[in-house]
Design a protein around this ligand. Sequence first.
Ligand code: PXG
Length: 453
Amino acid sequence: MHNTTAHLAQLDAQHFIHPFTNSGELAAKGTRIIDRAEGIYIYDTQGQELIDGMAGLWCVNVGYSRQELVDAAMSQMQQLPYYNSFFQCTTPPAIALSEILSEVAPKHINNVFYCNSGSEANDTVLRMARHYWACQGLASKQVIISRHNAYHGSTVAGASLGGMSAMHKQGGLPIPGIEHIDQPYWFGEGFDRDPQVFGKQIALQLEAKIIALGEDKVAAFIAEPIQGAGGVIIPPATYWPEIKRICQQYNILLVCDEVICGFGRTGEWFGSEYFDVEADLMPIAKGLSSGYMPIGGVLTADRVAEVLKTKGGEFNHGFTYSGHPVAAAVALANVNILRNEGIVDKVKAEVGPYFQQQIRKLGDHPLIGEARGVGLLGAFELMADKTAHEFFPDKGRVGTLCRDLAIKNGIVMRHVGSTMVLSPPLVISCGQIDELFARIKLTFDEVAEKVLN
Ligand code: PXG
């Protein structure tokens, strides 16, 4: 019988290889088993209640325990659990989802290609962008420019497009045809300069890279509007306008990876809208179904879709579960909840500003060098000496300590080195934000007690 926590943890250690995990260490420590969730709270098998400050992995936008999503899955399973969208077939939920995505996406985007995750969405981006240029007789436009410390997934193309050096070290990545420029991380890498000057300088690296490679070799630039897994890195205001100009001037596709920023996280439907950028391709996943079912996609601008549809011939790409009817039905119900309940608007007008106010207040804490955020994204930089702009020598150690104390205090926060990040469900209330920040403040006090002299 799989019924005691200790027994489950033992079986887990014996048989389950976890993602992004040192299995030896985990087996020695034992894993936390989450078996129930409601609203913004998750519960482990030992009965601890935690505020899920990360919305799972940046994805449970409408919160846990939404019966409408359960009902959507169940009725679709009863009606038609599976059929594909290959060979000139399709299914009603995939069609309905495509229609509603065209409605909530920016005006210039009215098509979507489906897959099962953000990683697959980015693999699709790579193939679609190159195919788009090849269809127009410009097959030499192959290179995709990305950024150091970007996260675009864990598949071969996703991890190559990403700029995580630890990922590149394993498995012979990145694959050829991908180049990386610097990230617009002012607090970590540009603190000696004015943020707006820094933002523009970093953007200009894109122009320099295109010129160095030759415009005829470059297919696209890919970036998260705000980097998530990299540590909630918000570009200075000068960054995106310059990127926009460069992509237009040199005729390369602009890909905004909306896997985290999409579906309301910034207070707009998409992060690119927050920065007033028109993307040609937008990989989506996570908040598309609020994580209730695995589903991803690539929102495709009219100018790209038009070429693919009229000059593309067959696009030799797709997945067994592209447009899976159950996943599509759940995503459809999820987008309806976001829209009908005005959740995105509420993030923009009410809970987002309140959340940001609480974040900024903690910027005064002796441990915190910078407190930043947009909408319901937030980050805190833990510093050894904030006045001297001195980071801790072992960033991971202090970040882990803070993460563990946060859990003891009843909250899930993720650490990226010594940056603590937050991305709670979008349905969090102002009262719950108070509860969350009381626990964060307590956690920072406890960390400071242990690590500051
Ligand atoms: N793009 C972005 C911007 C992401 O954040 C992916 C693509 C890949 O999506 P899939 O569905 O293939 O995982 C992501 C995923 C973390 C963490 O610890 C972040 C992600 C995934 C797992 C962990 O911050 N982001």
